[in-house]
Design a protein around this ligand. Structure first.
Ligand code: GLN
Length: 532
């Protein structure tokens, strides 16, 4: 029977619950357990797929095509767990399902209520993951902060589950903040006491407190927190600010968090250190031999979460090459007015990420033209690949007004156009080409050199696609089609012949990159940039 760890957050948002949950997964996997994670989001959207990146950050896509919370990205990067649409539930998804059942008449005349119907639905979704993914431990992270109205049904559901499961089968870990007040030189425990108090009011007693803090916690503070929050002193864990998120598992290990969890869940496994991870990931992050400057040209660059997996994958590419990656974020809209030469001074590689809508498009095209003409390594992802095709059509093939029909419906040269099945689509939610599709690579290309195999599988999230009517004219001028979806003959990867490194892919390779196993395209992109 799977055991459960419920992770909640208190005091403020952005405490790093996702990284804490992912790190717990890493620690337990290291101890030989099979884990999976589940994120519960209290908002009413059915999934984050329709949300603006400013609201939500990146949308992470699973192999089975679910558009999910970016925390699933953290879980996949830290562990070997593999997720499906079941690993992210939202209040919207739960209510949608309950209301659909009600309309079908499944509740046989009963009054449908938050308790028990919504809470039962939540419990059912959590148990389904445990049952179907056949793991030792399910880590369930509840989004939001304790005290929010929205998250109450989720908290009630985990309270009931804990009660049903009994001792040693489920524990609660509460991530909280110990603010350091400079003027009195003290770390304050009161917000934590209040937040745990709020949890206890709804019947949840945390087993472990993960205390986010700038400074080490003094023993007397640990004792005070333990006394007032009703936990053992050893269960007050310091979760200090880390230089890199990839150091968090080691920091928590130093606090013996893995052993503590295993004790509370009554699981016996041999002690195991994190040496492999520390040697490969942490040491290289701390003491890299090289350094490289990579520009990311996007329209959401003010928001660190909007291109989360891209930034992480660049760091992984750096680790693989023993290099520190300096990410220079360039606003594509500003670039439209400015000079490319000036903006890209000292840049050794240029990446254009995915995106939607016309704002900043011409700035991205300007960046791609610069990279192609100046022989600077270029990596275009999804929209970045589509715009690399537009740029090539305009400036190499002389189709001056070439465009994607996303930005100009009536363009004379629609080198990127809507996928056939998208013409019938009338609703926005979960209707893109989503999830993993196979792709066949041509030998003698940058892509094949990176993957070292002909058949790959990568995740997609888009409505538009390379227009095959333009294949001949573009390739006759030196565009190389290096990857194609074999079933539908869709162009998935383009390259520019003779360039130092120029790859555009319709899929999102960043979702499959890990710190100890960089995605091959990111690894080779950074390697090429290092030689610039
Ligand atoms: N807007 C483009 C499309 O829908 C690209 C999408 C993306 O970059 N994820 O095809």
């Amino acid at each position: 029977m799977s055991k459960y760890i419920f992770v909640t957050g208190g005091v403020v948002s952005s405490l790093g619950k996702g990284i804490a949950s992912a790190s717990i997964g890493k620690l337990l996997e290291t101890r030989g357990l099979k884990v999976t994670s589940l994120k519960c989001d209290p908002y009413l959207n059915v999934d984050p797929g329709t949300m603006n990146p400013y609201q939500h950050g990146e949308v992470y896509v699973t192999d089975d095509g679910a558009e999910t919370d970016l925390d699933l990205g953290h879980y996949e990067r830290f562990t070997n767990a593999h997720f499906t649409k079941d690993n992210n539930i939202t209040a919207g998804k739960i209510y949608y399902s309950v209301i659909t059942k009600e309309r079908r008449g499944d509740y046989l005349g009963k009054t449908v209520q938050i308790i028990p119907h919504i809470t039962d639905e939540i419990k059912g979704c959590i148990k389904k993951v445990a049952r179907e993914q056949d793991v030792d431990v399910v880590i369930v992270e509840i989004g939001g902060t304790v005290g929010d109205i929205e998250s109450l049904p989720f908290l009630e559901a985990i309270r009931q589950l804990r009660w049903e499961m009994g001792e040693h089968y489920a524990i609660n870990i509460h991530v909280t903040l110990l603010p350091y007040i400079k003027s009195c030189g003290e770390q304050k425990t009161k917000p934590t006491q209040h937040s745990v108090g709020t949890l206890r009011e709804i019947g949840i007693q945390p087993d472990i407190l993960l205390c986010r803090t700038e400074k080490p916690i003094l023993q007397e503070q640990r004792e005070k927190i333990a006394l007032f929050c009703n936990v053992d002193v050893e269960s007050v864990i310091e979760a200090a600010d880390a230089k890199s998120i990839y150091e968090v598992p080691s920091n928590l290990k130093k606090e013996h968090l893995d052993t503590l969890i295993l004790k509370k869940l009554n699981i016996k496994t041999p002690e195991k250190d994190l040496k492999a991870w520390e040697d490969f990931v942490v040491k290289r992050l701390r003491h890299p031999k090289h350094e490289v400057n990579i520009a990311v040209v996007g329209k959401y660059i003010q928001l660190p979460d909007a291109y989360k997996s891209i930034y992480e994958a660049l760091i992984h590419g750096g680790i693989a090459n023993d290099a520190k990656v300096n990410i220079i974020k360039i606003d594509s809209e500003n670039l439209e007015k400015g000079k490319a030469d000036k903006a890209f001074k000292g840049i050794q590689g240029l990446l254009v990420p995915g995106g939607f809508g016309s704002r900043g498009i011409e700035g991205k095209i300007k960046a791609i033209k610069y990279a192609r003409e100046k022989n600077v390594p270029f990596f275009g992802i999804c929209l970045g690949m589509q715009l690399a095709t537009v740029e090539f059509a305009r400036h190499v093939c002389g189709m001056k007004t070439a465009n994607s029909t996303e930005f100009d419906k009536n363009t004379k040269d629609p080198v990127i156009s809507l996928l056939a099945e998208q013409h019938q689509v009338t609703t926005m939610g979960a209707t893109m080409r989503l999830g993993a599709y196979p792709c066949h690579l041509e030998k003698d290309t940058f892509s094949f050199a990176a993957y070292k195999k002909e058949d790959i599988s990568e995740r997609h999230r888009h409505r538009f696609e390379f227009n095959n009517d333009y294949r001949d004219v573009l390739t006759s001028k030196g565009l190389l089609i290096s990857g194609v979806n074999p079933q539908r003959d869709l162009v998935e990867v383009i390259e520019v012949k003779g360039h130092r490194w120029f790859v555009g892919c319709q899929f999102h390779p960043e979702f499959q990159s890990k710190p100890d196993k960089a995605h091959p395209l990111f690894r080779d992109f950074i390697a090429a940039a290092l030689k610039t």
